[in-house]
Design a protein around this ligand. Structure first.
Ligand SMILES: C[S@@+](CC[C@H](N)C(=O)[O-])C[C@H]1O[C@@H](n2cnc3c(N)ncnc32)[C@H](O)[C@@H]1O
Length: 229
């Protein structure tokens, strides 16, 4: 399992994802998750630096995380309340945590970091094993922009700004959709430029429905809606 969120990415993650830390966006996400968790525990797959886990825990929801990157985890631990959140270091496609959860969630397109169908199916299986009856698995993920691709074109830009730009390279046949983000803050801060490549995989709606049906085992289910972010 490749860790795409090593020290260089972790060091700038919060700053480079600033729009994702906007208080309104975080609050509305936490509202939904807190309602789904009810009085139960929540499991965040790919907890990262705690963008959602920390405010969700502050709402009184007991949160546990699974995280591959020790560099991202170190940033979580350094934040107020970060040391109190339980985190299991491992691959969320296969890692199981003790106890059951009313809610498991994967936000900010993190399901795409599992780059094979087998890994994505394994992830749903692992979550199903850890949910209480009636529990929820919430997945926030972009709807791939394949319809924007003219015939023969495979690259789409996204996240364009004065100091950040990114591209997705889509292969509709293999479903690979790696993203590369360039960031430059040299003019304002003197910091050097960074390039973050990230392997990703898209899923088609029917695959998402089929994998969640296989593992729902009587749990609540809702078909994908989009766009979600
Ligand atoms: C896009 S970041 C999202 C972080 C956080 N959930 C948020 O919303 O800000 C993806 C996170 O998932 C972690 N991750 C990616 N693939 C993983 C895997 N297979 N197992 C565990 N963690 C993984 C990365 O290390 C990173 O911290």
């Amino acid at each position: 399992m490749i860790d795409h969120f090593g020290e260089a990415v972790a060091a700038t993650y919060d700053r480079n994802s600033a729009e994702r830390f906007e208080p309104e966006l975080v609050a509305s996400t936490v509202d939904v998750l807190a309602e789904l968790a009810g009085a139960g525990r929540a499991l965040e797959l790919g907890i990262g630096t705690g963008r959602i886990a920390l405010p969700l825990a502050a709402r009184g929801v007991p949160v546990h995380g699974i995280e591959l990157s020790t560099a991202m985890l170190a940033r979580l631990r350094a934040k107020p309340g970060g040391a109190e959140i339980g985190v299991t270091v491992g691959d969320f496609a296969s890692t199981r945590v003790a106890g059951e959860f009313a809610l498991a969630y994967l936000v900010f397109n993190t399901i795409m970091n599992l780059t094979t169908q087998d890994a994505q199916v394994a992830c749903f299986r692992a979550v199903a094993d850890q949910l209480t009856p009636g529990g929820c698995f919430a997945v926030e993920v972009i709807v791939p922009e394949l319809r924007k691709l003219p015939a023969g074109q495979t690259v789409l830009p996204f996240g364009l700004g004065p100091d950040r730009w990114a591209r997705s390279d889509y292969n509709p046949a293999t479903q690979a959709a790696p993203a590369t983000t360039w960031t430059s803050r040299r003019a304002r801060t003197g910091a050097s430029r960074s390039i973050s490549p990230c392997r990703r995989r898209i899923r088609y709606a029917e695959q998402a429905i089929s994998v969640s049906s296989v593992h729902s085992q009587g749990r609540r289910q809702r078909a994908p809606r989009g766009p979600s972010c």
